[in-house]
Design a protein around this ligand. Structure first.
Ligand SMILES: *[C@@H]1O[C@H](CO)[C@@H](O)[C@H](O)[C@H]1NC(C)=O
Ligand SMILES: *[C@@H]1O[C@H](CO)[C@@H](O)[C@H](O)[C@H]1NC(C)=O
Ligand SMILES: *[C@@H]1O[C@H](CO)[C@@H](O)[C@H](O)[C@H]1NC(C)=O
Ligand SMILES: *[C@@H]1O[C@H](CO)[C@@H](O)[C@H](O)[C@H]1NC(C)=O
Ligand SMILES: *[C@@H]1O[C@H](CO)[C@@H](O)[C@H](O)[C@H]1NC(C)=O
Ligand SMILES: *[C@@H]1O[C@H](CO)[C@@H](O)[C@H](O)[C@H]1NC(C)=O
Ligand SMILES: *[C@@H]1O[C@H](CO)[C@@H](O)[C@H](O)[C@H]1NC(C)=O
Ligand SMILES: *[C@@H]1O[C@H](CO)[C@@H](O)[C@H](O)[C@H]1NC(C)=O
Ligand SMILES: *[C@@H]1O[C@H](CO)[C@@H](O)[C@H](O)[C@H]1NC(C)=O
Ligand SMILES: *[C@@H]1O[C@H](CO)[C@@H](O)[C@H](O)[C@H]1NC(C)=O
Ligand SMILES: *[C@@H]1O[C@H](CO)[C@@H](O)[C@H](O)[C@H]1NC(C)=O
Length: 480
């Protein structure tokens, strides 16, 4: 039971962490979805969730999926950006005729969205047809007078084969709209009630829409018959005052780590997260620090591991044992030179150890083989028998010696002589005694051991003295 509880707690806390990391664009306790549309603050669906009534989104739950609508209107909202734009669906105006030139169908919608202006950057008035005149008239922001514009297009069927993919005046015409356009009226008329083009073009169409969402081609006449609305971009802003005035007011909408911007084509202001931050500048704590290190296109450090995120920025660094600025277009990171020396020394030592070790093993092996071979030959040639016999004889020799050389001193003297002889045979010059030394030592021995049989060996004193006097030059030469 306790384990199960613990597990539940763990899962729950994990969920909390996950939930917290995906920052909502709406205010706390506010729904930020209506159908497919996510609704960021300052927009909202209930009074405590929007900034003011201009930012009300009404969610129409009688459709499936639910339909977000602008304020109290029936204008469908398809997108809201925090850069101050709003995409809505705008009806296409049409004017259709019968073959005998009488009007069959006409629809001239008006756009009423006075809280917002129609984006002059993104939208254009487009008219499609071969017997077509389209006009719009509207109020402009800050002007009481009516503004009026339009375009016309007349063509015959063979012209359509010439122009495809561009709205250039044949079958399609387009005009820009000025900034600050609000409530919009549209009208369509024809020259000849489509009587000369009726077989391929019975209708004229006109709309103000996002320029990128409509491309004219020779199928457009047919397709537009089934298109009720096209996307149009509205600009939104907060209030009617520029930043300079607004930022001193209590209802200033730009929150932490954001700045204020005055849009060019409309009154009011919009907010933007400062460089290095992302998120919703209208939302308290909405602007979050961008972790540039996580996105290789945002930092120019040689790798993510060499990048350190700081508020609004990042720094590049090199890990221990390296130096440099860590930047792709800078010096990068280079291995410290001390390390190169250390590493190369260690490496060469390793190599040396391996070489010495292996050759040592090789010789040991060879030696062992030789020894084995010797033993083998020894056995083969009856060596064992010989050894046995020798062993027996040795024992008897020792007894004889024991009897003959009775006193220890004699043994000592034999050893001394043997040592002397060995030195004389020494290969190295400096160890070999000079003739003079030999003579001297022999003389000393003789004096000490008068009772020994060797003492009777007659020593020519003159010869000894000659050697003691003369051999020094030889000794000097050898020791040099
Ligand atoms: C809503 O999303 C679904 C699936 O993503 C899509 O098929 C549908 O067209 C979207 N509806 C609108 C109105 O955008
Ligand atoms: C909700 O949508 C339905 C179907 O499109 C429409 O008939 C109705 O008028 C809408 N309600 C509102 C309040 O706009
Ligand atoms: C024109 O044609 C339509 C349908 O084809 C018809 O209803 C109408 O009566 C005609 N009008 C005239 C004046 O012929
Ligand atoms: C064109 O249509 C309009 C509206 O239906 C009508 O008043 C006009 O007489 C028609 N003109 C011709 C030439 O048919
Ligand atoms: C658009 O038309 C409506 C009614 O047809 C009218 O009340 C309004 O003043 C017109 N708008 C402009 C800008 O002329
Ligand atoms: C005209 O445009 C349509 C749609 O883009 C394309 O399918 C067609 O091949 C084009 N025709 C010519 C002649 O370019
Ligand atoms: C569009 O143009 C192409 C090539 O010119 C032609 O083959 C096609 O039939 C045209 N389509 C229509 C609907 O006119
Ligand atoms: C961004 O906001 C945080 C608080 O959310 C604050 O601590 C930090 O100083 C701000 N950074 C800048 C650059 O204003
Ligand atoms: C990285 O940053 C670029 C530029 O801002 C952006 O287009 C891209 O979506 C980002 N990639 C990721 C995975 O966040
Ligand atoms: C970020 O830091 C780099 C140096 O690391 C500096 O050149 C750059 O101007 C900084 N950017 C910002 C927005 O502060
Ligand atoms: C490296 O590139 C960044 C921008 O990618 C630039 O700001 C910086 O000045 C460049 N540094 C050098 C040393 O070229």
């Amino acid at each position: 039971m306790a384990l199960a509880n613990l597990l539940q707690l763990l899962i729950f806390s994990c969920l909390i962490v996950v939930g917290a990391s995906v920052a909502s664009q709406a205010l706390p306790d506010c729904s930020d979805k209506c159908g497919n549309l996510s609704i960021p603050y300052p927009f909202g669906m209930t009074p405590e969730c929007y900034l003011n009534e201009n930012f009300l989104i009404t969610c129409n739950y009688s459709t499936s999926p639910p339909q977000p609508q602008l304020m109290q209107s029936d204008i469908v909202v398809t997108d809201i950006t925090l850069e101050g734009q709003l995409e809505i669906l705008n009806y296409v105006a049409r004017d259709c005729y019968n073959a005998n030139g009488t009007r069959r169908d006409r629809n001239l919608p008006q756009l009423r969205a006075s809280m917002f202006t129609i984006s002059n950057v993104k939208n254009k008035l487009t008219a499609v047809g071969c017997d077509t005149k389209a006009n719009i008239w509207a109020e402009r922001e800050g002007s009481k007078s009516t503004y009026f514009t339009g375009c016309m297009s007349y063509c015959e069927k063979r012209d359509l084969l010439v122009l495809n993919g561009s709205c250039s005046g044949i079958g399609c015409c387009q005009v820009s709209i000025p900034s600050g356009v609000k409530n919009l009226n549209i009208s369509i008329t024809s020259y000849y009630n489509h009587t000369y083009v009726w077989d391929f073009n019975p209708c004229s169409y006109a709309f103000v829409a996002d320029e990128t969402k409509f491309t004219f081609n020779n199928k457009s006449f047919d397709e537009l018959a089934n298109i009720e609305s096209l996307p149009l971009v509205l600009d939104w802003a907060i209030g009617n005052e520029p930043c300079k005035v607004a930022e001193h007011k209590s209802d200033y909408a730009c929150k932490q780590n954001s700045t204020c911007l005055d849009p060019e084509n409309r009154p009011g202001y919009i907010c933007k997260c400062k460089d290095g931050y992302y998120g919703n500048p209208y939302h308290p704590n909405g602007c979050q620090d961008i972790n540039e290190c996580k996105n290789s296109s945002l930092h120019n450090c040689i790798s993510e591991r060499n990048c350190f995120n700081t508020p609004a920025n990042y720094t590049c660094f090199c890990s221990e044992g390296f130096h440099g600025d860590g930047r792709k277009n800078g010096t990068g990171c280079m291995r410290n030179e001390v390390n190169i020396i250390k590493i190369s020394i260690a490496f060469s030592l390793c190599v040396l150890v391996v070489i010495v070790g292996s050759s040592w093993l090789f010789f040991i092996n060879k030696k062992r083989k030789l020894l084995n071979m010797k033993k083998k030959f020894f056995r083969q040639n009856g060596g064992l028998l010989l050894q046995q016999e020798l062993h027996e004889r040795e024992a008897s020799t020792e007894t004889i010696l024991d009897e003959k050389v009775a006193n220890e001193r004699a043994v000592e003297q034999i050893k001394e002589v043997a040592k002397l002889a060995k030195r004389c045979l020494s290969i190295k010059g400096e160890e070999r005694p000079s003739m003079k030394e030999v003579a001297q030592e022999l003389e000393d021995l003789r004096k000490l051991t008068c009772q020994h049989p060797w003492a009777e060996v007659s020593v020519n004193i003159e010869e000894t003295q000659f050697l003691l006097g003369q051999a020094s030059s030889v000794s000097t030469y050898v020791s040099n």
